[in-house]
Write a protein that binds this ligand. Structure first.
Ligand SMILES: NC(=O)C1=CN([C@@H]2O[C@H](COP(=O)(O)OP(=O)(O)OC[C@H]3O[C@@H](n4cnc5c(N)ncnc54)[C@H](O)[C@@H]3O)[C@@H](O)[C@H]2O)[C@@H](O)CC1
Ligand SMILES: Nc1ncnc2c1ncn2[C@@H]1O[C@H](COP(=O)(O)OP(=O)(O)O)[C@@H](O)[C@H]1O
Ligand SMILES: [K+]
Length: 484
């Protein structure tokens, strides 16, 4: 069993892949062995979380997820704890593994109750796992809301019940409104056999809480991955005999009247991200040609940029004005990061879309937030958020580019590659300008010579990790993030 951290590199398997791995593992083991391993793993984590628990409420559902809960109940009872099991479902329709675990729990003397105990020191959510087929309702919904509103830690078995393992969409939102988050009790999830992508994006992070993983000593074999966790990037080793030209030139094109700050943030981030030289080409001609807080930046007129030699970061604070420059930027830039208003302009113009797709082969990274992604796909934000992996992958295929779909669990996708899900970051990043900073950081990584997918995930990982390291009592600003 391992704790999953920002530094964990691991494959992620969706529902179908997890089922295949489960079937292959079960075929080589005695009947019921996997569920016994699952129950033991859950019991061990439960004992570590609440070693002095007097009452452990275990809410069990009608399938094998409930079976894991029953198996954990038997194990906990045998170790001197006092689990109280409440169950939903018909005994005659229990799958065989779960039925065997029900018998083992009964034999162990576990207490079964019709209603949850009035007080619990720990709750195990064994209502639904991979088999969640619709939104929990009735008693199941009541129990879920009750356990997540209470003060006791909630340990979800395999998945928080109702969380889609593939998408991170939560079919019953048991999370307290954002403003009440400080009242949340501790949440943990022990993912079994495989780590699932839905735990890391969408509502997965909030629903699961602290993540743990036990592979039940089963190997994924040759089942293809659905996505990956990248692990921490290795810091770049700068050789002595290098010079500023070795680290590439970035030019930021953006900053229309009233939005100069966005371009300045991106340029500052590119500079602190290690770029050899950074040019700033503002769309507002009235801007002074010096940023007193960042004198290293070199100001140029957009038309004077030698695009074919540059990594161009385009769109930060671009407003309407960016549209007229896009044909040159798309056609000429050696490497390109398209953000914000540049993406909106592309979404509104089929000729620009064709030109963007025609760049295939030259490094190109798109960094949409969900609304920008929805505009590019011609759909709505809710549809994008309902399946972030699919949205990012579809955009990557459509435009032949690397796509960074931002938000909780940022997705990095590229054509015909397994997507990455970024585990770092937090809601302190939900403040204006942090996306501009990310665009500048990706620009610096591209200029240094990383291929687009690597440049993108490494910058996304580092951007999020900076927010995690930021002191909790101090609000994070984009300007500070750019200079970390
Ligand atoms: N079979 C095995 O060998 C193993 C199974 N494992 C566990 O088994 C789980 C998968 O088990 P299942 O495939 O039985 O699926 P689940 O136990 O997740 O749920 C399926 C059952 O729930 C019902 N159901 C679905 N949505 C519902 C809803 N909204 N309200 C009420 N009932 C609903 C279905 O009709 C079905 O009876 C995994 O998530 C994992 O916890 C693990 O123990 C690993 C080993
Ligand atoms: N809750 C969150 N968890 C992780 N990352 C977040 C969260 N909220 C915002 N972010 C990150 O903050 C950045 C915001 O970018 P964006 O929406 O483009 O803002 P802006 O346009 O103001 O710069 C993105 O990198 C996004 O992934
Ligand atoms: K569960």
């Amino acid at each position: 069993m391992q704790r999953i951290t920002a530094a964990t590199a691991a494959p992620l398997f969706g529902t179908d892949a997890s089922r295949r791995i489960e079937q292959a593992a079960a075929a080589t083991l005695p009947p019921h062995a996997l569920m016994q391993r699952a129950g033991l793993a859950v019991a061990r984590l439960a004992m570590a979380v609440a070693p002095n628990a007097r009452t452990i409420w275990i809410a069990c559902g009608p399938g094998n997820n409930g079976g894991d809960g029953l198996e954990a109940a038997a194990q906990l009872q045998g170790r001197g704890f006092a689990p109280v099991v409440t169950r939903i479902g018909d005994d005659t329709r229990l799958p065989p593994d779960a039925r065997a675990s029900l018998q083992r729990a009964r034999d162990a003397g576990v207490r079964f109750a019709d209603a949850p105990p009035a007080h619990a020191d720990l709750v195990l959510d064994a209502l639904l796992g991979l088999g969640a087929a619709r939104a929990p309702g009735g008693l199941m919904a009541d129990w879920l809301r009750r356990m997540h509103a209470g003060p006791a830690p909630v340990l979800s078995i395999d998945l928080p019940s109702g969380l889609n393992a593939d998408t991170g969409a939560l079919s019953l939102n048991f999370l307290a409104p954002a403003a009440h988050r400080t009242q949340d009790a501790r949440r943990l999830c022990l993912s079994l056999l495989t780590l699932k992508p839905g735990l890391f994006t969408g509502q997965g992070r909030d629903a699961a809480g602290e993540l743990w993983f036990d592979d039940l000593a089963a190997s994924p074999g040759d089942v293809p991955l659905t996505a990956r966790l990248p692990g921490a990037p290795v810091p770049m080793n700068r050789r002595h005999a290098t010079h500023k030209g070795s680290y590439g030139d970035v030019a930021v094109v953006g900053g229309a009247p009233g939005m100069a700050g966005a371009a300045l943030l991106a340029a500052t981030a590119a500079l602190h991200g290690g770029a050899g030289r950074v040019y700033l080409a503002p769309l507002d001609a009235a801007l002074p040609a010096l940023a007193p807080t960042q004198p290293e930046l070199m100001f140029r007129r957009p038309a004077a940029l030698p695009l074919e030699d540059l990594t161009v970061v385009c769109g930060c604070g671009g407003g309407e004005a960016i549209r007229d420059l896009l044909p040159q930027v798309l056609g000429g830039s050696r490497a390109l990061v398209l953000d914000a208003d540049a993406l909106n302009a592309v979404a509104a113009d089929e000729a620009l879309q064709r030109q963007l797709a025609g760049r295939a082969g030259r490094p190109t990274v798109l960094t949409p937030h969900p609304l920008e992604a929805a505009r590019l796909l011609g759909t709505g934000t809710a549809e994008v958020q309902a399946d972030r992996l699919r949205a990012a992958t579809e955009l990557a295929q459509r435009f032949g580019a690397t796509v960074v779909l931002k938000g909780s669990g940022t997705i990095v996708a590229a054509p015909n590659q397994t997507p990455w899900i970024n585990p770092t970051g937090n809601a302190r990043l939900a403040t204006a300008g942090t996306g501009d900073v990310l665009a500048g950081m990706i620009g610096a990584a591209l200029a240094a010579g990383h291929e687009p997918m690597t440049a993108a995930w490494q910058a996304v990982w580092t951007h999020g990790e900076r927010a995690e390291r930021w002191p909790a009592h101090r609000p994070l600003t984009a300007g500070a993030l750019a200079r970390c």
